[in-house]
Design a binder for this molecule. Structure first.
Ligand SMILES: C[S@@+](CC[C@H](N)C(=O)[O-])C[C@H]1O[C@@H](n2cnc3c(N)ncnc32)[C@H](O)[C@@H]1O
Length: 207
C-alpha cells in the first residue's frame, strides 16, 4: 500500500462533499450504458468497480438487480460514504480497501471490471504493469473491462495528481495482447464546477 497515496485520497473524501469533486456524476450514464451493452449473458454477472470511490454506479447496479458486486478503493472514507448511502443493501456488497497496484483478488472471479478515472493515475510503467497483471488474473476468460481515462485533450492533473492521458488504442498497448479492444468512445464530462473534461471510454475483452 502506498501510504501517501492513501492519505491523500482519504483526506479528499473526508473533507469534501460527494458532489464537491470534479469527477462527481449524479448518474454514471456512460458506464451503465457500456455495462448493459457488453455484460456477459449470465443472469447475474460478477462486477467489480475498481477505484469506485463514492460513485453511484454500485447503487444503480444494485437497483437493477445485480447481486454479485464488489467495490475496491484505496480510500475507506470513500467506501464509507457509499455504504451509508446504500444502507442495509451495503451488507451484501463486497467493499475492498486496497491499492490496485498491490491488491489481492481471487483468480477469475469477475465477469466485468469497471474503472472510471483510476488507471490514469498510474503514471509509472511498473505500476501500470501491476494493474494489468491484476486485471488479467481477476477477470474470467472472456470477461469484459470497461475503462475510462482522461482523453489526450483531457486535463493533465486530477485531484492535484499527475495523470497519463490516453486514447483507447494507447490503453490497449499498455494492456497488451491478452485483451482485445471492442469499443472506443469519447465523453465530455461536465464537472460540478461548470468546466469540461474529455474522457476516453474503452471496452476490452480478456482473451
Ligand atoms: C477520480 S476518482 C474516481 C472515482 C470513481 N471511479 C468515480 O467515477 O466517481 C479516483 C478514485 O480512485 C481511487 N484510487 C486512486 N488511486 C488508487 C489506487 N492505486 N488503488 C485503488 N484506488 C485508487 C481514489 O480513492 C478515488 O476514489
Amino acid at each position: 500500500m502506498n501510504i501517501n497515496r492513501q492519505t491523500h485520497w482519504n483526506h479528499i473524501y473526508a473533507t469534501k462533499p460527494v458532489d464537491g469533486v470534479s469527477w462527481y456524476q449524479n448518474q454514471p450514464e456512460k458506464s451503465l450504458q457500456l455495462i448493459h451493452q457488453f455484460k456477459p449473458v449470465e443472469k447475474q454477472p460478477a462486477v467489480i468497480d475498481v477505484g469506485g470511490g463514492a460513485s453511484r454506479l454500485v447503487d444503480a447496479l444494485w437497483a437493477e438487480g445485480y447481486r454479485s458486486l464488489a467495490v475496491l478503493d484505496i480510500a475507506e472514507t470513500a467506501l464509507a460514504k457509499s455504504q451509508a448511502r446504500l444502507g442495509p443493501a451495503s451488507e451484501q456488497i463486497a467493499w475492498l480497501v486496497a491499492d490496485v497496484t498491490n491488491a489481492e483478488l481471487p483468480d477469475e472471479a469477475y465477469d466485468l471490471w469497471h474503472d472510471r478515472a483510476v488507471f490514469h493515475f498510474l503514471v509509472e510503467p511498473n505500476e501500470q504493469a501491476k494493474y494489468v497483471q491484476l486485471v488479467g488474473k481477476a477477470l474470467k476468460p472472456g470477461g469484459v473491462l470497461v475503462m475510462s481515462t482522461f482523453a489526450p485533450d483531457g486535463p493533465e492533473k486530477c485531484s492535484n495528481l499527475p495523470v497519463r492521458r490516453y486514447n483507447c488504442d494507447e490503453v490497449g498497448q499498455v494492456l497488451g495482447t491478452g485483451f482485445k479492444l471492442l469499443l472506443s468512445e469519447r465523453e465530455v464530462h461536465q464537472t460540478p464546477f461548470q468546466t469540461q473534461q474529455a474522457f476516453s471510454y474503452c471496452v476490452f475483452q480478456k482473451l
